[in-house]
Design a protein around this ligand. Structure first.
Ligand SMILES: [Zn+2]
Ligand SMILES: [Zn+2]
Length: 138
């Protein structure tokens, strides 16, 4: 593994949140001032292809990278674009039964309005099914 790739992996692990390529590049330069932006993008692509990272696309927002490989979905705020993990513990065994795969790989994105944005626009409420999923994850 190259030093650059090890650095990117460490940055994502330490961040304990989802980062954009831009944020990763900015943080990488603090340890490796001469790292090229192309190197960061190339490594992110490679690490995603090899299953080390997950790529999370959001409508209209930047792509984020996730080092957490355990099965989970994502909540994306329709107002501020904030991205959060969504634990759906019942989904993994359910999908295993449906597909026959012991560890199914899935990509679940739930668009919602986060609590901070909800308090700003009281008129808009996320669908009730989102609230239901939230109680599952607790
Ligand atoms: Zn929000
Ligand atoms: Zn995540």
């Amino acid at each position: 593994m190259t030093r650059q790739r090890a650095l990117i992996a460490r940055i994502l692990r330490d961040a304990s949140k989802h980062l954009t390529a831009e944020e990763i590049y900015h943080l990488a330069r603090q340890s490796m001032p001469f790292i090229a932006v192309g190197t960061v993008y190339r490594n992110l692509k490679l690490m995603t292809e090899e299953g080390e990272l997950r790529r999370i696309e959001t409508a209209g927002g930047p792509v984020h990278y996730d080092a957490n490989r355990s099965p989970h979905g994502h909540l994306v705020c329709r107002v501020c674009g904030r991205l959060e993990d969504l634990a759906v513990p019942y989904l993994t065994p359910y999908l295993s039964r449906c597909t026959g795969e012991s560890v199914p790989v899935y990509d679940l994105r739930v668009d919602w309005i986060c609590p901070a944005c909800r308090s700003l626009s009281a008129g808009e409420r996320p669908p009730s099914c989102i609230n239901q999923l939230c109680t599952y994850s607790k």
